[in-house]
Design a protein around this ligand. Structure first.
Ligand code: KG4
Ligand code: ZN
Length: 339
């Protein structure tokens, strides 16, 4: 007997993107994201404004996802939503919406861990290769920087993490001091392409084991810029591309040294990247070059699934649906949700 397709509506609202997607099994039919421009003027996400914008965006975004996929509400098999980690006020909007819809349609609710989703996005069916287990997962985003040993779909072991700032946060804060817009990560990436990464040198902090740190580096950059601007008010303008290239080089070096160490320590040769910073061209090319030199298999996500999106929540929803691993209406959103 032919199996009925499984249609998942996925909702993501953990930070400042309101997103909804429809999946038919492991295939993405629509993937809609409303980015909240309101935060640009503040140079970072303002949690209260993020929750309000989610409230405004969620219904039109879900509506568009259904329309674009050509799927009606009555065809949905389950609702998957981001339970955490993230900003609590933002998570509450998606969680309440998902619960209400699952109750109204009388279909299962599936809770999803946002950090697992960044890595499991690689199991979305498209032309990209899919990793096999075990692999080293590297999640690099605005809120997290983690090294994870992934032994199976839902067997995640955290083996290293930042002790302070996340890599994306460091990109954004360095960009802010350079007078770039928010988020600065993609702008630094673009400007770095025509800069000299050896023009300025910043030390890589020494942190034991597989943990890492970005806050000392960020302070070094801020002090360095202040000192040079006092001597020459045109310093940033005259050196912008070289500054971006040198900053990006060190930000990548900090995580890259830990990736190499984790590969050696855990004897895994598959490295799977996820999170907003996995869009960075410098990090991608460094990993691709190393893969050739050292015989690693590196999996880089398609650009649509790097920054926050609901398709990645949907694939986890589908994988959990297959196991009938459903959530409950009583489950609360959790800002610090662990694996
Ligand atoms: O995963 P994400 O969308 O949200 C969080 O869960 O945090 O990641 C957003 C982060 C921001 O810090 C942004 O500056 C960074 O990803 N980012 C980049 C690039 N594209 C996005 N950083 C460096 N280079 C990029 N091309
Ligand atoms: Zn994220």
């Amino acid at each position: 007997m032919k199996q009925q397709p499984c249609y998942i509506l996925a909702i993501e609202s953990s930070c400042d993107d309101t997103a909804a997607a429809i999946l038919r099994n492991d295939e993405v039919l629509s993937n809609i994201i409303a980015t909240q421009d309101v935060h640009k003027q503040y140079g970072g996400v303002v949690p209260e404004l993020a929750s309000r914008a989610h409230q405004q965006n969620i219904i039109p975004v879900v509506d568009q996802a259904l329309k674009e996929a050509g799927v009606s509400k009555s065809e949905l098999s389950a609702i998957a939503y981001t339970r955490g980690p993230g900003l609590l006020g933002s998570l509450l909007v998606g969680t309440s919406f998902a619960k209400s819809m699952s109750m109204g349609l009388d279909i299962p609710l599936i809770d999803v861990n946002h950090m697992q989703a960044h890595l499991l996005a690689h199991f979305i069916k498209d032309e990209h290769p899919t990793p096999t287990f075990p692999f080293l997962g590297v999640t690099v985003s605005g809120g997290h920087t983690q090294l994870v040993l992934v032994k199976d779909y839902f067997e995640f072991e955290l083996i290293g993490t930042t002790l302070d700032d996340a890599i994306g946060e460091a990109f954004d804060k360095c960009g802010k001091i350079l007078g770039l817009g928010y988020p600065a990560g993609p702008i630094i990436d673009k400007l770095a392409k025509t800069g000299n990464s050896k023009a300025f040198s910043f030390p890589v902090p020494k942190v034991p084991g597989l943990n890492l740190s970005y806050s000392g580096f960020k302070t070094n950059v801020i002090n360095f810029i202040h000192k040079n601007m006092q001597k020459d008010a045109g310093f940033i303008d005259a050196n912008l591309n070289d500054l971006c290239a040198s900053i990006q080089y060190t930000l990548i070096e900090i995580i890259f040294q830990k990736i190499e160490k984790a590969v050696d320590q855990y004897q895994v040769s598959k490295v799977v990247l996820g999170g907003g910073v996995s869009a960075n061209s410098g990090l991608r090319s460094k990993l691709e070059t190393t893969a050739v030199q050292k015989g690693w298999n590196v999996y880089l996500p398609p650009f649509a699934y790097t920054t926050d999106n609901a398709a990645m929540i949907g694939i986890v929803g589908y994988l959990k649906h297959q196991k009938e691993d459903f959530g409950s209406l009583k489950e609360a959103a959790s800002a610090r949700l662990k694996f």
